[in-house]
Design a binder for this molecule. Sequence first.
Ligand code: NIG
Ligand code: FE
Length: 420
Amino acid sequence: SMDMAMKLQLFRNARIFTPEDRGRPSSGNNQSRIIRYDHGAMVVREGIITNIGAEADVLRAIGGERFIDEYDCLGRSMIPGFVDPHTHCCFASLREEEFELRAAGTPYLEILRRGGGILSSVNAVSKATVAELSNMTRDLVLRALKLGTTTIEIKSGYGLTTEAELKMLEAIGNTAQEVPLDVVATFLGAHAVPAEFRDRSDDFISLLIEESLPAVKKQGIAKCCDIFCEEGVFSIDQGRRLLLAAKSLGFSVKIHADEVHDLGGAGLAAELGAISADHLLAASDDNIRAMAKAGVVANLLPGTAYSLRKPYARARDMIEMGVPVALATDCNPGSSYTESMQFIFGLAVVNMEMSPAEALVAATLNPAYALGIAQQVGSLDIGKQADFLLLDGEGPAVLAYHAGVSSVQEVFKKGVRVTC
Ligand code: NIG
Ligand code: FE
């Protein structure tokens, strides 16, 4: 399959839909800006797009170029591969029994207080080897790939000791070597307060700053640092302390912000120039405006609202207030067990009143910006990777319209077909 990528490839007879990349995350009216070629074609050399547009124009431009590997897209819709900017898909066991408890009415944070939830995943990870972790992660990531995700962020955070966090990151790094997707690793050492630090979480933050962060930096796998700011977990002050230290080491920072309670995580993200603030179900208007001003991407995770039976984040208000919106699965064994960006797309359109065009930008270009890799992925533009999907519908709306099944017929990563 490697030789395929080396060749000059022509993908023709496609209905192309791609976000207009204006050099920064798309917000407000630009959140719905899509370039469309009803009878489009794309030229790819060594995995990189070298031309894209109306088929007649593209054919004229390549003239008599030989050795072209020609692929007929049969009139299908072509969109960029999904970029999933927030997952916890490195874990050692599922938590189906907790889902049943929640289905019967027990709140998510109550299960965590009882030592379950995130802490139950921590217990499972503590017993797993790097190989076991990377095997599970690889299987999950390959399922995501089949469903159209070509770039994925994966967090640590079920370790909660320096050693176990490094183990998770090593597993994520190994997975990245074994799959065709681009993987961005995030250090989430501050995901929960370990039992030993129950009444002294400040000391845990100090340990993360003094011991874990430098070790993670030295290991060299994680690019971002994240924290779960929530009542009964970490405070805004603790978030500020950890993320300032992370920034000074060169990590990009992001926050699980205002998921259940409005602590002001969105405001902290704006203050620190975070690459994203994530969840935001309870974020205040003032802090949303502060995010807009600072250009912080809102990573919305409707799979969590779905699974926890919560109201959805206020995507419409955010778009109107000028915040660039992205969508992510939050794939994890607790609050959102899905690897399907199409499912998330459907929730966003149906339950968050986003238009299909807005959701497409939110599932491709904006998350690429949130991960700092929009130069390479997130839209079908000359110079970017040929990461794209062929859908069985007339356009991206089918992703919401055709519920409960995958509309993704073919997935290409750097010009190589990875579905069969
Ligand atoms: O983003 N909110 C905290 N962390 C995850 C859930 C992780 C888990 O329950 O295992 C989230 O929802
Ligand atoms: Fe999360």
